[in-house]
Design a protein around this ligand. Structure first.
Ligand code: ATP
Ligand code: MG
Length: 309
């Protein structure tokens, strides 16, 4: 794997799009003071995810954006892309070329890309882990840093040797695994709490279930008793109904008898009426005859008196 090219837009002194192509075996950049040599190495550090402004020789992170000159206005964005070639073996990827891009805006927003696909800084760290490429590794050394490394504490030096030996990746994996283990342990603890709580709830639920069962049994019993009582009431009503039916039959019979008697009484009544009428008629005739006899008598009396006179 080798550094193939680096492209900068708006990064430090590179206001215009600047692309530098490198061939395998490049060992130095030379140029007059202040021409931007260190800015190129800053760009490499920055695109690999450097977060410390001091490591980029600035006071704050946004200092990496082109800040303008007498003749040119400042820019609103800085972008650096770095391309490595022959990556298949070293980066465990199927791509021959891998391009990492970092972009930052004056608003403070930042973005990272691997082969133009947005990604997290973590992905870039993982990609280069164990290859010696990265912000904390030995591939980018600032002026005076060699001295610092040689005179630093053995523990600090160890980091560099570990990266060179390619075990950083495994250490990172181990750290990640330990973190997961810790998380799992915490989860287990939480699970134990949950189990305890659930056990407590089981007791109360069992009591409730017992009550519900008892309620169901009592309700079934009540239903049975209800049915029994209703059946008995029905039977009693049936008996009463039959009695009433019999009474109605008897009364109907008595009614018919009464009707017959009324009819014969009415007949007798009519005969009596007829007899009364007959009597009245004969009484009328007798009264008339009596009146006739009366006047005849009076006439006879008159005749007698006249004859006597
Ligand atoms: P030396 O040989 O002295 O180490 P050098 O080639 O490393 O010099 P650099 O330090 O890379 O030079 O470049 C410095 C130049 O970059 C300065 O002229 C400085 O004004 C310019 N510069 C740095 N940051 C910015 C920025 N944000 N905007 C515009 N110009 C910048
Ligand atoms: Mg310099």
């Amino acid at each position: 794997m080798y550094l193939k090219s680096i492209e900068m837009i708006g990064f430090k002194s590179f206001a215009d799009r600047t692309k530098l192509e490198f061939e395998p075996g490049l060992i130095a950049i030379v140029g007059p003071n202040g021409c931007g040599k260190s800015n190129v190495s800053d760009a490499i550090r920055w695109v690999l995810g450097e977060q410390r402004p001091t490591a980029l020789r600035g006071a704050k992170m946004l200092d990496v954006i082109f800040s303008g000159t007498d003749a040119r206005k400042p820019l609103g964005m800085a972008e650096v892309s770095i391309t490595f070639a022959d990556c298949e073996g070293a980066l465990a990827t199927e791509f021959n070329e891998v391009t990492v891009t970092r972009r930052v805006f004056r608003t403070g927003e930042g973005e990272y890309f691997i082969n133009k696909t947005p990604c997290r800084l973590r992905d870039i760290h993982r990609l280069f882990m164990g290859t010696g490429i990265g912000t904390t590794s030995y591939s980018v050394m600032a002026q005076g840093q060699i001295d610092a490394i040689l005179s630093s504490k053995p523990e600090d030096r160890r980091v560099i040797f570990e990266e060179a030996a390619g075990i950083t990746k495994f250490k990172a994996d181990r750290k990640e695994a330990m973190r997961k283990l810790e998380q799992t342990e915490a989860n287990l603890l939480r699970l134990a709490d949950v189990i305890r709580e659930v056990k407590r709830q089981i007791g109360s639920l069992q009591r409730q279930a017992g009550k519900a069962q008892r309620y169901k049994e009592l309700r079934a019993e009540l239903r049975g008793l209800d049915l029994f009582l209703t059946r008995r009431r029905l039977a009693a009503l049936d008996v009463r109904l039959r009695e009433l039916d019999a009474a109605i039959g008897e009364l109907t019979r008595q009614d018919a008898d009464g009707q017959a008697r009324i009819a014969s009484a009415e007949q007798a009544c009519a005969a009596i009426h007829a007899a009364i009428l007959e009597n009245e008629r004969s009484t009328g005739a007798a009264t008339e005859a009596a009146a006739q006899d009366d006047s005849n008598l009076q006439h006879a009396h008159e005749m007698i008196r006249v004859s006597e006179q």
